[in-house]
Design a binder for this molecule. Structure first.
Ligand SMILES: Cc1cc2[nH]c(=O)nc(N)n2n1
Length: 281
């Protein structure tokens, strides 16, 4: 399935010979949040289709480029466009880049996504700093770590209790306070496969599980990142409020998701840049 250790190594070696950057931070840009990649200075960009063993991105609003460069003096690598299960990628393919980043020497993963809110006090356009996740797919067997374990990356049965780094969470909250961002929450992200949005009954079910926001990405990448020892910070941009009531009118669509992302992209760029500026790595 093209996810053996030599596949990861071949991709890492190809990248190491094509860019001088040696990134310490990897950023995954969610739907419509590709502007984060535009913030990188002295950048080298590679189309996913040119990178050996990389899957192809097929979603509108996802560019499909790997961008190396500097942000506040720190070498970063940024995925402009990511892979989703609903495109038909296997979990191990969705998360393939994470292990490549590990082989490049990356220490910290920053993952952003768009999500619908289940919590009643979240509004469209709010930001949720991810405190923890419910990997519904992973619990049900669509898990990127299923199959032979590659000991070089991590253990057979990895702990996930502190998948999201507390210090990075606190750093982000402090920066949001200092930058005067009031629309910021800390909550639980639930991953579903998509591509359809939830029914009212499913929304109620997920909310009853304690989820504050629901999306179609992120959890798989975080599991693999935690497995191979990366520190993880995640945030969700709330692009709509999931309907939990049969009387509510209207329904969500991908254009709404992209519209909200555009509106908030600058704020997220400022937050992520400031975080990277404050990191000691
Ligand atoms: C990216 C994204 C946005 C939403 N909104 C929603 O209501 N349900 C989801 N699963 N997602 N996923």
């Amino acid at each position: 399935d093209g996810c053996a250790v030599q596949d990861y190594q071949a991709t890492a070696d190809w990248l190491l010979t094509h860019t001088r950057h040696r990134p310490k931070v990897a950023i995954i840009c969610g739907s419509g949040l590709g502007v984060l990649a535009d913030a990188l200075q002295h950048s080298d960009s590679f189309k996913y289709s040119d990178i050996p063993n990389f899957p192809q991105s097929t979603v509108q609003g996802h560019a499909g480029q790997l961008v190396f460069g500097e942000l506040r003096g720190t070498a970063c690598v940024c995925m402009k466009g990511r892979f989703h299960m609903y495109e038909g990628h296997q979990p191990a393919k969705v998360t393939f880049p994470i292990r490549v980043f590990k082989l490049l020497g990356v220490k910290i993963l920053i993952v952003t996504n768009a999500a619908g809110s289940l919590a009643d006090d979240y509004k469209t356009g709010d930001v949720m700093i991810i405190k923890d996740h419910i990997n519904l797919l992973g619990l049900a067997g669509q898990n990127p770590l299923i199959g032979p374990n590659i000991e070089q990356f991590g253990p057979r049965f990895p702990p996930m209790t502190s998948a999201y780094d507390k210090d990075l969470c606190k750093l982000a909250m402090d920066i949001c306070k200092r930058l005067g961002y009031t629309c910021v929450h800390k909550g639980i992200y639930c991953m579903v496969s998509g591509p359809n949005f939830e029914t009212v009954a499913e929304a109620r079910f997920l909310h009853s599980l304690g989820a504050d926001a629901v999306g179609m990405s992120t959890a798989a990448e975080v599991v693999v990142a935690k497995h191979c020892g990366l520190r993880v910070f995640g945030l969700s941009l709330i692009t709509n409020q999931v309907k939990k009531d049969y009387s509510e009118k209207g329904s969500v669509n991908h254009d709404d998701v992209l519209g909200v992302s555009k509106m908030r992209a600058e704020m997220l760029k400022a937050l992520v840049s400031e975080m990277i500026g404050q990191l000691e790595i």
